[in-house]
Design a protein around this ligand. Sequence first.
Ligand code: HSE
Length: 397
Amino acid sequence: MYQIAIMGFGTVGTGVAKVIETNQESICRRLGEPLRVKSILVRHFKDGPYRSLMTDDFQTIESDKEISVVVETIGGVDAAYTYTKRALMAGKHVVTANKQLVAEHGNELLALAKEHHVNYLFEASVGGGIPVLPPLTQRLAANRIDEIYGILNGTTNYILTKMVQEGMPFSDALAQAQALGYAEADPTADVEGHDAGRKICILADLAFGRRFDPAVVPMEGISKIDLRDIKIAEDNGWHVKLLGRCLRLGEFERTAYVAPHLIREDNPVSHVNDVFNAVVVRGNATGEVMFYGKGAGELPTASACVSDVLECLLERPARPEIDWSEDTDGFVDPKEIPGRFYFRISGSIAEAEKLFGEVLVLKDGEESALIAGPMTESTAKQAASKLSVLAQMRVLD
Ligand code: HSE
């Protein structure tokens, strides 16, 4: 029998226990032996079917030789970081859904795992239930990856969908996303784009082989989006989505950011709604490959964690392709990358064209809307400073 521990027993931790219990037969067939949750690390004991497995003492897990894999679902950095290091040093594989920890310390934890001949796997940290990391690191390995973009946060996509399709107020949509177990403990990370930012950093680390520091990647969320701009965009064949994006710019240079974008309605990503995520990977041989599925929630995220547990148990040697260098050189501020920009201005298109050159007109009048570019964001902002700008957004080319 294989035995594991779960650290943290919130939405994802509970889901892990449920998936293992529900799918025990198929998991046993795959492993050749049963898989059992032996211990669950909690801060506060909770009544229920798993009460007898709970402990508040990490050392009992650390010193238990029968536990070969630890699933970390504590979240955040502090305790999760300390316990992950100790579990790896104790020779246990660690599987996590913790995107903040992977984005901030993944490199160091991967090195520690290799030193101790165990795995540190984090499929659940990006895209919830979508199996996107093995395709990226293995099945697309024949490619040079030039770009990844996508909807990487289920909570904000759910909120935007409810606001646009049902006219639901922001606070009600957020409350629903929280009740459904989609949001982070502090939903500011979702709403302000930090969660999507951590995920694009992880994808970029793996795709480009060098560290993207979340502290320098610009992240903007959905809190400044005005429904009027969504309406103008939709009337003209565009949809508004929060995207994470990373781009290779040359041999050494690269960029990444998170921001709301106008996306053409003929791009399938523009139709990804509710809690669903989509990740588009552009390889130089494949062109665009898209991954789609539920990006948050108890069972989809748990599915990714449990699959990583099976991977650890079946593929004992550490997976060498999951790696990136600590080097953060070559990061270019996305403000300096040419792109197109949407503006809603108080004034006429004629005024805007004097500053931007020819623009795509979405609405002309006392209040006008247009798409300008390609130009850098710095240039766009400089030109826009001479106009009365009411709203501004990136456009996905
Ligand atoms: N809060 C995250 C989201 C959970 O909404 O996408 C999954 O990472």
